[in-house]
Ligand binder design. Structure first.
Ligand code: CFM
Length: 541
């Protein structure tokens, strides 16, 4: 391995902000912090992006319609708005699904939209919305229809909730509910997650009390089956004898949500997008939650063990150990082959609100170091851990999003574990209702950057010269033109699954191919090598 000099993080931090006007520099400076796992610094997060800065973020509608509800195959997700909002949210997230049979409903391949026109913006779109609901109902007779508000809907004041109620009553056998998830509702996708959690909790969870059987019943929260991840996790759980009542929402059905309150444990993969659901279910039904991570072979094993420990069942614990013992050899043999080639290479991860953390596990298994990482829209708790929640300043943007007042259900509240049992579990190191965040797992001196800007990522690459940069499609080709391979951690670049043991193997192989390809050294065109006087350097001028 060639040795290289890694610049001092404080120098890099200064470089990133020095071109900004003073006010902007001050603000961005608070979002760029040098990590110290022993004494976690405060990071600025979940605040508005400064206008003029090119951000990686998406909108509230994307977080609600695309992220949380998108992967549920038998809900008709009807977008109330201009066609572009539907088209660009159509089949772009690679959330896969597996209907039970050829006759089973799967609406995910459709693009449902009210196709709002100027006329509806001027005179109101409620009539058009009712017609669209009727049309979807007549064509498909779905169990449920979700209505997603786009920006103009909020601006003109269409009442999607009243329309939903009216049509629900009119049609009788279709659960219809609306989402006020207009793109501008929050500072990022994160607002849309919260809105989605609220409405699904209010209108769907708890409708079906039937006992579907199973000894160890869990819900998988915050796993969205990108590239087939959920299939791999389902395979593992089944092998262990753990029953998944509901998935929120990879490979899910609306029936699962209705029945989800019958589970005995909620496991949370993506804390950012679904922690609200976990908390509300705990308060209303008495179901505890714990954070898991099925990204990384070691963390998958750890997560299975934690679930088994929660159920305090010897047979389950033995089964989990047997499954891990069966799955691990294949992982180890691939790692032995690849590790010498990836060891010491440098990675950077700037994605979403949980993967920038989770995927550090996989890079760690490859012997690679994460020099810098950050979320697009995580909150301080996703960085620093849930302990900071009481200290988070709630600004006007956050206040804009409804906080449901939840209390124990008079009939259905059933604490799965007593206070004492939970306390003992916690004392024994089984974190219940806890997420430590990303920063404790990152090295001292690593740079943590929230809502990184396009300019900052270019600068980072120039200064650190990482072996791989992880982000999304918006960043991919700009970064690759700089001679650095970019792994899409949203869509997996048409690959995956990356979850569980099989997924880990897939990831090791893909990363090996990327970081060890010689093509990146050939990226400079011949004329760039000679005609220096023609150089246009937009970054440093
Ligand atoms: Fe959670 Fe996600 Fe993510 Fe997310 Fe997303 Fe996604 Fe993501 Mo793209 S729910 S926060 S809003 S893990 S779509 S499946 S990859 S940004 S890191």
């Amino acid at each position: 391995m060639e040795s290289r000099i890694i610049p001092d993080p404080s120098v890099v931090r200064e470089e990133l902000i020095k071109k900004y006007p003073p006010k902007v520099a001050k603000k961005r400076g608070k979002a760029i912090v040098i990590n110290d796992p022993a004494e976690i610094p405060q990071v600025q997060a979940n605040i508005r992006t400064i206008p003029g800065i090119i951000t990686q973020r998406g909108c509230s509608y994307a977080g609600c319609k695309g992220v949380v509800l998108g992967p549920t195959r038998d809900i008709v997700n009807l977008v109330h708005g201009p066609i572009g909002c539907s088209f660009y949210a159509w089949l772009t997230r690679r959330n896969q699904t597996r209907p039970d049979g050829p006759e089973s409903e799967n609406f995910m391949t459709y693009c449902f939209s009210t196709d709002m026109q100027e006329e509806h913006v001027v005179f109101g779109g409620e009539k058009k919305l009712k017609q669209a609901i009727q049309e979807a109902y007549d064509l498909f007779h779905p169990k449920a229809i979700g209505i997603f508000s786009t920006c103009p809907v909020g601006l003109i004041g269409d009442d999607v909730h009243a329309v939903a109620k009216e049509m629900r009553e009119k049609l009788g056998d279709c659960n219809i509910f609306g989402f006020s998830c207009e793109g501008y509702k929050g500072v990022s996708q994160s607002a849309g997650h919260h809105i989605a959690n609220n409405q699904v909790f209010k209108h769907v969870v708890g409708l079906d009390d039937s006992d579907k059987g199973g000894r160890f019943k869990i819900n998988m929260l915050g796993e969205y089956n990108i590239g087939g991840d959920a299939f791999e996790i389902e395979r593992l759980l089944e092998k262990c004898g753990i029953t998944m009542v509901a998935s929120f929402s990879g490979n899910s059905t609306v029936g699962q949500f209705e029945n989800s309150h019958t589970a005995d444990l909620n496991v949370v993969m993506c804390h950012r997008s679904i922690n609200y659901m976990a908390e509300m279910m705990e308060t209303k039904y008495g179901i505890p939650w714990m954070k898991v991570n099925f990204i990384g072979a070691e963390s998958s094993a750890k997560s299975l063990r934690r679930i088994a420990r929660y159920f305090e069942d010897d047979e389950l614990m033995a089964k989990v150990e047997a499954v891990i013992a069966e799955e691990m050899p294949a992982v180890t043999s691939v790692i032995e082959d690849i590790y010498p080639k990836t060891k010491g290479k440098l990675a950077m991860l700037f994605v979403g609100g949980s993967r920038a953390h989770h995927y550090q596990e996989l890079f760690g298994e490859l012997g690679m170091e994460t020099l810098s990482a950050g979320y697009e829209f995580g909150h301080r708790d996703d960085y620093e851990g849930r302990k900071v929640i009481p200290n988070i300043k709630v600004d006007a943007d956050s206040k804009n999003i409804e906080e449901l007042k939840i209390s124990p259900d008079p009939e259905k509240y059933r604490p799965r574990k007593s206070e004492e049992e939970l306390a003992t579990m916690k004392a024994e190191g089984l974190d219940i209702s806890e997420y430590e965040g990303m920063m404790p797992d990152m090295k001292k001196g690593s740079l943590v950057i929230d809502d990184i800007s396009h300019y900052e990522s270019e600068k980072l690459i120039e200064l650190y010269k990482p072996d791989i940069f992880c982000a999304g499609i918006k960043e991919k080709y700009v970064v690759q033109k700089m001679g650095v391979p970019l792994k899409q951690l949203h869509s997996y670049d048409y690959g995956g699954p990356y979850a569980g043991f099989t997924g880990a193997i897939n990831f090791y192989r893909d990363i090996d191919r990327m970081v060890n390809s010689r093509v990146w050294k050939l990226i400079q065109a011949p004329w760039e090598e000679t005609a220096t006087e023609l150089e246009a350097d937009y970054v440093t001028q």
